[in-house]
Design a protein around this ligand. Structure first.
Ligand SMILES: Nc1nc2c(ncn2[C@@H]2O[C@H](COP(=O)(O)OP(=O)(O)OP(=O)(O)O)[C@@H](O)[C@H]2O)c(=O)[nH]1
Ligand SMILES: [Mg+2]
Length: 605
């Protein structure tokens, strides 16, 4: 039996294919906003970083009522660093809306999320989105999606997927390509028609947490689905942990999703989604079940971290100038708190006030750093390192699938660049004047590659990658080939000095910025490091200047974003992160010390 009054649907797609925008339209259409709430774009991307970067970081639940049916919609992040999250929340759904950009077609993350959905035997409704784009090629994309389903060995029922054309931005969806294009309702109808209601399993209650949330008032919040029976506040319950231990628990509150928020309830029917509070140590995959019949649900796979960075206290000469939290105690507490809500994160304490923080990729960890920075933390971060593992006595490393879409004339350069980083081409397709090239590349080789590809293609490349598996160690990869210019002294940089030095490299700082001994101020045009005096001022002499002084012409500094900085630094360098500044520095600040210790010693660490 199915509960026809409920639909649970997850929206999945490659990054930026328009998931959140589409969910916005569903919200808008359902008149969910109260009068005093104003409609914003991407309402659901609610935290500052999400809004600023225009990406979804955490999956979110909303719920709308349509034709007497409660539709639970789960918006998921598209970036591959968060793929594990998507995989988990698919457990909440009975079907998916697979969005595909009408111009780009299926991309690596489309393949990944669809594969997971098919594996779970979920019904898919395909939405060819952004059909308003001038370069939309709906028919071609439709065929590509069909081929993708076939490649992923979808069964006949799955292959027979319903398809709609849509523009989330313009708020319409149609079954026909030349439909009226005036309403999003055909999409809502398709959900009700094609996505099955949740099966109702009679018996004692079983609920599983698939996502964690956290609030300072209630502590951990478990979000999940009721698979069997009804979840009731009065029933005595137990929790079954990953290792099989069973402990009696008492729920404090039970919430159901309604509109953009949550509403307190005494009971949740089988098949519906809910959030529960009152269990301090609830974890992903834990089952909440009847105390008399503690039957565990199948475990949920958790993603293993593939990349780590060492976080240390900021010990540069300018430490504490703009941060509130600078001690290792503060950093430890904050990192442990983050682990409470982010299951893909691991923190390990090491000697010397340092923490090895491991996660799913540069973006995953840089979002944590950026968040901490905004909260007033100061840190230094060492170069990202890939996590190797041993398998049958052999060293293995994470391998990713990388897709690069470039205009023809740049394809040679792209292939050469990726080849240098041990990338192997697996496929190349031509569409129009562009080539779509797929590679397998070690994660090590991907660090910093996006900016290189962008430069090599005059900004035209569309680059995306995701982890596929661990594979044999591919051998050494040459990373940065340029050396850097390192400040020899302390004090603000001087325009006169930068003017004189800029023929030797590209500066990362402007005149007047605070510098210290050991700070990296520019990229050297040669392959070795060079100490420079950026505080040097013009000599004042008694001789009257003849007026032939060359006018200074200082090029704008090439400022690095946090991610760029992390991807740029060499093993003997650090990124200093404070609320207002991102500086690059040598790990050992004095030149003598660096000479004594030598670069090799750090590399070998
Ligand atoms: N032309 C056009 N642009 C769209 C459409 N829908 C979304 N966009 C734009 O595409 C960009 C990404 O949209 P989002 O809705 O944030 O995409 P997303 O899939 O949620 O992205 P992630 O959560 O980061 O994976 C934004 O700049 C939108 O304005 C559409 O239907 N047509
Ligand atoms: Mg989004």
């Amino acid at each position: 039996m199915k509960n026809e009054k409920i639909r649970n649907v997850a929206i999945i797609a490659h990054v930026d294919h328009g998931k959140t925008t589409l969910v916005d339209q569903i919200i808008k259409k359902s008149h969910l906003l109260r009068d005093n709430e104003e409609f914003q774009d991407c309402m659901l991307d609610s935290n500052d970083l999400e809004r600023e970067r225009g990406i979804t970081i955490l999956s979110k639940n909303i719920s709308v009522e349509y034709k007497g049916v409660k539709i639970n919609v789960i918006d998921t992040p598209g970036h591959s660093d968060f793929g594990g999250q998507v995989e988990r929340v698919l457990n909440l759904a009975d079907g998916v809306l697979l969005l595909v950009d009408a111009a780009e077609g299926p991309m690596p993350q489309t393949r990944f999320v669809l594969d997971k959905a098919l594996e779970l035997n979920l019904k898919a409704v395909v939405v060819v989105n952004k059909a308003d784009k001038p370069d939309a090629r709906c028919d071609v994309v439709h065929d590509m999606v069909f081929d993708l389903f076939a490649e992923l060995e979808a069964n006949d029922d799955q292959l027979d997927f319903p398809m709609l054309y849509a523009s989330g931005r313009d708020g319409w969806a149609d079954k026909e390509i030349d439909g009226p294009r005036d309403s999003i309702l055909p999409l809502m109808d398709a959900i009700i028609e094609h996505i099955p209601g949740p099966p109702v399993h009679e018996g004692t209650v079983q609920m599983q947490a698939t996502t964690l949330d956290y609030s300072d008032y209630t502590g951990r919040i478990g979000i999940g689905r009721v698979y069997r029976g009804d979840l009731d506040l009065k029933t005595p319950l137990s929790i079954i942990k990953r290792d099989g231990t069973v402990t009696p628990v008492q729920l404090k509150e039970l919430h159901t999703f309604e509109g953009l928020g949550r509403v307190k309830k005494d009971s949740i029917p089988c098949g519906d989604l809910c959030a529960i509070t009152g269990i301090v140590d609830i974890d992903i995959g834990d089952t909440i079940a009847d105390r008399e019949h503690p039957d565990a649900l199948p475990l949920i796979a958790l993603d293993e971290p593939t990349l780590s960075m060492t976080f240390r206290v900021n010990d540069s000469p300018l430490f504490g100038k703009d941060g509130k939290y600078v001690t290792s105690r503060h950093i430890r507490e904050r990192l442990l708190k983050e682990c409470e809500r982010d299951v893909a994160l691991r923190v390990e304490e090491t000697t010397g006030d340092a923490f090895i923080v491991s996660g799913r990729g540069v973006l995953h960890l840089s979002i944590l750093i950026e968040t901490m920075r905004r909260e007033g933390f100061e840190l230094t971060i060492a170069q990202p390192r890939v996590i190797f593992r041993e398998h049958h006595g052999k060293k293995e490393e994470p391998i990713e699938i990388l897709t690069v879409d470039v205009p023809d004339e740049f394809s040679g350069k792209a292939i050469e660049l990726i080849g240098k980083r041990r990338g192997e081409m697996v496929r190349m397709d031509q569409h129009g004047v562009r080539k779509n090239i797929v590679f397998h590349v070690p994660t090590r080789g991907l660090i910093g590659i996006r900016s290189k590809l962008m430069t090599a293609s005059a900004g035209e490349a569309i680059v995306s990658h995701r982890f596929v598996h661990y594979g044999p160690y591919a051998g050494p990869i040459e990373t940065r080939s340029n050396g850097v210019l390192v400040s020899m002294g302390n004090g603000a940089s001087v325009g006169y000095a930068i003017d004189a030095l800029q023929q030797r490299g590209i500066f990362f700082i402007d005149p007047g910025e605070d510098c210290y001994e050991g700070m990296v101020v520019a990229e050297h045009c040669l392959d070795k490091d060079l100490p420079v005096n950026v505080q040097k001022t013009k000599q004042l002499t008694n001789v009257r200047s003849s007026g032939t002084d060359r006018a200074m012409k200082i090029f704008p500094a090439q400022k690095k974003s946090l991610e760029e900085a992390l991807e740029y630094i060499a093993p003997d360098e650090l990124v200093e992160v404070t609320p207002n500044n991102i500086r690059l520095r040598k790990r050992y600040l004095s030149e003598n010390e660096r000479r004594r210790i030598g670069r090799g010693a750090i590399d070998a660490e």
